[in-house]
Design a protein around this ligand. Structure first.
Ligand code: MD3
Ligand code: FE
Length: 203
């Protein structure tokens, strides 16, 4: 893999087209049980442009009460579906040795969706790595350092790319500036899925 910056390992095209299709089918099965929901910002109530769901014991949600992990879907109130074995195997292959992931956040970006610059800090243990998988249209991804100010760089995340984040990059500011619509035919309706596997509680 390419070390984009300390602790950010970029496995470009880690998944071939067949592996991407199998993973997407797993995600579609999850979404049949736990449909995409629209999170809202804690203070303003503004809806995110990204829609989300989760699998695994815990899932990330955001609403008027704040950001948090919880064991059930915010709309259906049902427990999140199990983590697909293929995702557990990918974690084992690339992050094996660390405690198993407890959450897989599924982000769906329609062609005009974005995610503003942020840090991921709703987990109890920042020493555990985060694994990210991109499926579908290429995204223009922005990444900086551990403070909001300071330089950022922009890279293209393509379908099948996987990132493993640990060390200083675990708390790097990052966001999605925009998609490049029509760059992949994997997702029939267009857009992009991103899967992030995380440890939430201390191991
Ligand atoms: C940090 N998701 O869900 S993947 C999120 O593509 C989130 O949907 C984005 O940020 C998405 O919280 C980004 C995670 C990621 C990938 C590469 C990174 C975070 C990174 C490289 C350096 C630092
Ligand atoms: Fe993030």
């Amino acid at each position: 893999p390419l070390e984009l910056q300390p602790g950010a390992l970029w496995f470009r095209e880690a998944l071939d087209r067949e592996a991407q299709a199998l993973l997407l089918a797993d995600i579609r099965a999850v979404l049949d049980e736990a449909p995409l929901f629209t999170p809202t910002m804690p203070r303003s109530g503004q809806p995110f442009s990204v829609r989300m769901s989760n699998c695994g014991p815990l899932g990330w949600v955001s609403d008027a009460a704040g950001y948090r992990y919880q064991s059930f879907h915010p709309d259906t109130r049902r427990p999140w579906p199990a983590m697909p074995p293929r995702l557990m195997e990918l974690w084992e292959r690339l992050a094996g040795g660390s405690a198993p992931p407890e959450a897989c956040l599924i982000n769906y970006y329609a062609p005009d969706a974005r995610m503003s610059l942020h840090q991921d800090r709703d987990e109890a243990d920042f020493t555990a790595p985060v694994l990210s998988v991109s499926l579908g249209d290429t995204a223009v991804f922005r990444v900086g350092g551990e403070t909001r100010r300071g330089p950022t760089r922009s890279i293209h995340l393509s379908s099948g790319d996987v990132f493993l984040l640990s060390g200083p990059s675990r708390l790097a500011f990052h966001g999605i500036d925009r998609l490049l619509p029509g760059t992949s035919r994997l997702v029939e309706e267009g857009g992009r899925f991103n899967l992030t596997l995380r440890r939430v509680t201390a191991a």
